[in-house]
Design a binder for this molecule. Sequence first.
Ligand code: FAD
Ligand code: NAP
Length: 537
Amino acid sequence: MADQSKTARAPMVKTVDAVVVGGGFGGMYQLHRLRELGLSLQGFEAGDDVGGTWYWNRYPGARCDVPSLFYSFTFSEALTREWRWSEKYAAQPEILRYAGHIADRYGLRDLIAFQTRVTKAVFDEGSNQWLIETDRGDQVRARWCVMATGCLSVPQEPQITGAESFKGPIYHTGRWPHEPVDFTGQRVGVIGTGSSGIQSIPEIAKQAMHVTVFQRTANYSLPANNGPLTDADYEKHQQGYAEYLELLKAGAPGVIGGAETAPIPPLEKQRHVYQKHWDAGGTTLILAFPNVLTSQEVNDVASDFVREKIKAKVKDPAVAEKLSPRGHPIGTKRICVDLEYFETFNRANVSLVDVRAAPIQAITPTGLRTTEADYELDAIVLATGFDAMTGALLAMDITGVGGARLDQAWAGGPAAYLGLTVAGFPNLFMVTGPGSPSVLSNMLVAIEQHVDWISDAIAHMRAKGLNRIEAQPDAQAAWVAHVKATADSSLFPKANSWYMGANIPGKPRVFPIYIGDGYRRKCEDVAAKGYEGFTVG
Ligand code: FAD
Ligand code: NAP
């Protein structure tokens, strides 16, 4: 695990206009916008630098699955012009450099207290301020508090008996060490075959003596077809860029626009179109028709198409069958994008263990035991995911009006108005919070939209001399019901995915992502109508 030894500093006791928690892309852009508005600010970040996801997830093979040219901020023409990505899907070090460049360019690091975790936030009704406390003893009062704490920032480590007895290192992909990890000559066990496992396994296999992959659920993965970005790629992107910005402004469609009424395309057309998407690479295959994620019939064709591709790639038919996802429709667990993942199982130094058939029993001092066999290992990699969407928010002790606690308010699952604010918690905003498109959209675009909305709301309040904005319970309830109804019209609830909270024991089964159309317009309408659905005072 990364060394987080802390640099000494005295606790802060002060009052600022706004506190921003999180130093990822969300926190950085929020600090930038609020400083432009002239607010006094304090940022907090648990890590020792900016970058968030890209600071923590340093595992071999980590890269974006949205093309780099689009996994980029759009708010500044100059920033867009001066940054050049080297690959179609940039790797983690390059994305972290991009984050660092943004921090330097806008002078953001000075606003952030690093190595500092916010532990508590209490709303003081007398002053309409938040009192924020940290693990460093800081006490900061602020009118506005923005949680940019990330949808995928709390790693999930499975409780496996005997883990503490293992003689070698255990790494989590989401807390990868900063110094390079050398697996040369080692027998490495990887638990987990979501995006992190699928990205890291091929890279670890190139180095390790042997890799044993412990797979509980086979996953759909699509080839990235990665490669260097050329001048011609940039030129083409440049030509379409103004139109892209227009599309974003117009509120690019939700994930499954027009789904219910879309006709079912002829079978041959479906297969032809899937092939085109497959050849192009990336995630777009699951959006090839508006009803891939809503019609079981259409989804079955897409799922079969990908299973056939797996069969063609993997030489051993028994291994190919084990790697073929069954039991959940394609796209209802986060689709993965890979560089030679399935081909990796053709290597002599890679083996696949089905831990659904023979579950993991224990980690032993020398390896891992399933109900069928013992595996000797020198190192274990947990690619076991995150307590997504709510994990970081609920890890803090957040108390709103009348002593209401966020963990109690969300005992049955997260409820938020537009995914931006929670009734009973005035002046508290979430960037890409539950109930917004968040993880089912390009996150940098989602972050920009939320940060701009939050900044405009704060600017509005200050211009009018107002100091309290709070979601109304009925507006929130209507939004939550709408988010649920939209999800229920799709295939998403069919999967035991992290979207549904199914990877965390005891977590309420709620789909906390808005997949309908017109989200941006809805947010703009709310603001245009004087913050409809909010009590402002
Ligand atoms: P984060 O980057 O998660 O940053 C949140 C920060 O808040 C963290 O640094 C954390 O330490 C800090 N924090 C949390 N709680 C506290 C606290 N209490 N006190 C202090 N600090 C705190 N999205 C895409 O759109 N495309 C992709 O290709 C893509 N690839 C991904 C790859 C990986 C491996 C992962 C894990 C996620 C990926 N995502 C992707 C999602 C990714 O999280 C977002 O794109 C984006 O980086 C989120 O930025 P953020 O600032 O909202 O959150
Ligand atoms: P994940 O999708 O939740 O996958 C976790 C894996 O670990 C699953 O295969 C899960 O199996 C397995 N697992 C968990 N606990 C286990 C246990 N006790 N025993 C055996 N297996 C266990 O997590 P992730 O791969 O870290 O990805 C999370 C999200 O981060 C992605 O969906 C994506 O949004 C983002 N991400 C993106 C990229 C990218 O390509 N840009 C890369 C990494 C992450 P089950 O399925 O059976 O639960």
